[in-house]
Ligand binder design. Structure first.
Ligand SMILES: [Zn+2]
Length: 449
């Protein structure tokens, strides 16, 4: 076994109760049934996992309140306790270090959001249907998982629900089978996926293929783009998301090939505070459509997360700025390349805004309380801009493309980015990056030299 396959050491300091670093899961197979009326979810989760460097007498999964039918480890009944969102499992026989094993959990119940300082996370009942927005720790609201971003796995998700509903899960739709009044949707997400990026949307949605009307001859490779939304929103959507194919084109040029097989956008029939990214999917609310592209920067932001966050994933939540800084910068790059303000103008505006706010945010380890603070997004974008100014245009984009290629479907930290960026210049970046990443006071506005 190569060191890469071993579980990363340590515990997430922001969410010490989540995840278990003593083993890793490489595949989840979920076979679930959902009834929207009574909001009832049940079925089986089958996990294929590998023990770490120590033998395992017991191990833990994260799962909110559900009634557990039975739990099997390697096909044999296992003892367990289930308290405070933690499912502690003791196999009949201890698992040897490095041993591959399977866990099967049969469960049923009424899923509800996990409470957090940011409101409810995870499974959320809608007026007509449901959606899942788990970042950062909502995944256990609907399935048993090793809930740490670094433990990425492939997924097969099968959901049976009443036939009038459309079910969207990231990845490729393998089959859709209707029996009596229920339909079973089976999706496969082959790319390694963090638990917080697994989503489900169930609703009365119409399906729309998103194509680029401006594109003449078919390019060699095109990412299939699909939208799911309530029919009445169709005209606004076609206008507001009309430039998404060009965005995809630009980001592939700047960040390298799109990391997944397809991209889907959902507009839920509900207002959402913020849109959110999942693996191969982004979900928006009705309030993000206004017919005048008022939220286009968010269309760019969520798409950029497919590279930054979803393919190149943070080792733990301290490094959240790597997701949000690059996604924010992608907004500025899109604006710059689509006839709007330049990235330098956006940087100047963000700098002026931050200069007037408290300067107590440590970007590279903001603490749980500030991990989704607005300032983290703006300062993250500025830090990426500072790198562009320090490296120069050509080296900067080479650095970014190599970053997404080297760490494609992998796990990274701030230290990895600092070391990586250093290879693209003869200048020392320590002082500059230390000021942006680790100190509170706002460094001067970066300018291209
Ligand atoms: Zn974001």
């Amino acid at each position: 076994m190569s060191p890469k396959q071993l579980p990363a050491p340590g515990v997430d300091t922001y969410f010490p109760g989540h995840g278990d670093a003593r083993y890793r899961v490489h595949r989840y197979e979920l076979a679930l049934d959902y009834r929207p009326g009574p909001n009832r979810l049940g079925g089986t989760a089958r996990l294929s996992a590998v023990a770490g460097t120590e033998p395992l007498r017991e191990f833990a999964l994260d799962l909110a309140e559900f009634r557990i039918g039975r739990i099997l480890v390697d096909g044999r009944p296992a003892h367990y306790t289930h308290r405070a969102g933690k499912l502690r499992i003791r196999p009949a026989k201890a698992l040897a270090a490095g041993a591959a094993f399977t866990v099967e959990v049969h469960y049923t119940g009424n899923p509800k959001p996990v409470r957090s300082q940011w409101g409810g996370l995870g499974w959320e009942e809608l007026t007509d249907g449901a959606l899942v927005a788990s970042q950062p720790v909502g995944a256990p609201s609907w399935y048993p998982c090793n809930d740490r971003p670094a433990d990425k796995a492939s997924y097969q998700i099968s959901i049976t629900t009443p036939s009038p509903y459309t079910v969207i899960v990231g990845g490729r739709l393998l089959t859709r089978t209707t029996r009596a009044s229920s339909t079973t949707w089976v999706y496969e997400q082959a790319a390694p996926t963090s638990s917080y990026l697994v989503t489900v949307s169930i609703g009365p949605y119409e399906t729309l293929r998103v194509t680029d009307p401006a594109a003449g001859a078919e390019p060699l490779r095109r990412v299939p783009q699909t939208a799911y939304l309530p029919t009445p929103l169709m005209p606004r959507f076609t206008h507001d998301f009309g430039r998404q194919p060009q965005m995809m084109h630009l980001f592939e040029e700047l960040f390298g090939p799109y990391p997944f097989g397809e991209y889907a956008v959902i507009v839920a029939d509900e207002e959402l505070d913020v849109p959110f990214e999942a693996q191969g999917v982004s979900t928006f609310g009705t309030n993000h459509l206004d017919g005048v592209r008022g939220s286009e920067r968010l269309v760019a932001h969520e798409l950029a997360h497919q590279w930054f966050g979803n393919s190149v994933t943070i080792a733990d939540w301290r490094h959240i700025w790597l997701n949000e800084g690059f996604a924010k910068y992608a907004e500025w790059l899109w604006a710059e390349r689509s006839g709007g303000r330049t990235a330098a103008q956006h940087a100047a505006a963000a700098h002026a805004k931050l200069a007037a706010l408290p300067q107590d945010l440590r970007l590279a380890d903001p603490g749980k309380k500030l991990m989704f603070d607005d300032r983290l997004y703006e300062r993250g974008g500025l830090t990426v801009h500072a790198l562009r100014c320090a490296l120069g245009q050509e080296a900067f984009f080479r650095m970014v493309k190599d970053w997404t290629a080297i760490h494609r479907h992998g796990v990274v930290s701030t230290a990895d980015l600092v070391a990586h960026a250093g290879r693209y210049t003869d200048r020392r970046l320590d002082t500059l990056l230390n000021a942006w990443l680790w100190q509170g006071p706002l460094p001067p506005l970066p300018v291209a030299t």
